[in-house]
Design a protein around this ligand. Sequence first.
Ligand code: HEM
Length: 333
Amino acid sequence: MKMRTIGSLAVLAGFSLSLAASAQDLPDPSKVIDTFEKLGGVNKGLRRNHAKGSCAVGSFVASADAKKLSSSTLFSGKDVPVIARFSVAGPAPQIPDTARAPHGLGLQFKLPKDELQQTAMLNVPIFPVSTVQGFYDSLLINLPDPATGKPDPAKAQAFAAAHPEAKPFFEYMGSHNASATYTNATYRSLSAYKFINGKTETWVRWRFEPAGGEKFLTDAEAATPHDFLDKDLTDGLRKAPAKWTMIAIIGEPAKGDSIKDPSAPWPAGRKEVKLGTLTLTKGGQDATGTCEDINYDPNVAAAGIEPSSEDQILQYRSSAYAESYTRRESEKQ
Ligand code: HEM
């Protein structure tokens, strides 16, 4: 394994990952959260992963095509209020914005009749691992070895050898600096969801594509660790709203598109449908607190959209996020 790949494993530990066996074999969520705490500290009141972040508010308006795929009221075409949270993956809130860590976007859509639709996405094209155990292992290899006080590189090498599915992720992280702003990034669900409209069922993955295009830090900008994301978000939204187009990639499970594994890419060229426009109008220091007490559990979905029940990682995230949420909220009392 190359040094760069080992470096990327530290980034991976800061964020998320994979699955496969039966429910009773899955790691205990409290142990996973304990491990995040060992890696990033117990930061009272903060998320145990994606600890650093900024809130934003705005709305979503669906396209007419979206309604054909799903009967969800998310796609009514009316203005749907949204509370967003941008984040930097990792358990430590001190991580510099220049770090090559994935960025996250959580969205909570407030639908009629007190229904909610949620998503928590990453700005990477693929998830690194295919199992929850793999994700847990990616955290464990970053714990310091008692003998040296540092992570053992041999464990990182063994992890990479055991997880060839992670190679595209490492290659992506190795070839991209951090996003230059929260608003110039494409965020992806990675996992698959079933859209339902009457008897019609369609498997999709979605992405939010920024109207301003994708921008990454230059090597010179990334050279000195510093923070800029929250200020850029605050100032940028004071000047003009930021917009993303929500796009569905139409899966073809009969041709092998995985609805179980967010580390398995779907082939290029699949049909895509524009689902609508997300507009954020206020954020950062102007939206402080609006998203802090939200648990962006990606399995919270309104009628018409179903998270894949076969995706172990997606399903497991509910229990891990609940454990983190319970700990951070209890610390505020
Ligand atoms: C087994 C795999 C995973 C585990 C154990 C895990 C764990 C966590 C935990 C504990 C949190 C903090 C939750 C909170 O306190 O509210 C979190 C946040 C987050 N995760 Fe994951 N995660 C996993 C996979 C993923 C995947 C596949 C994605 C995206 C495709 C993702 C995206 C995010 C985002 C965007 C946040 C921040 C949400 C917010 O701002 O509140 N995670 N994750």
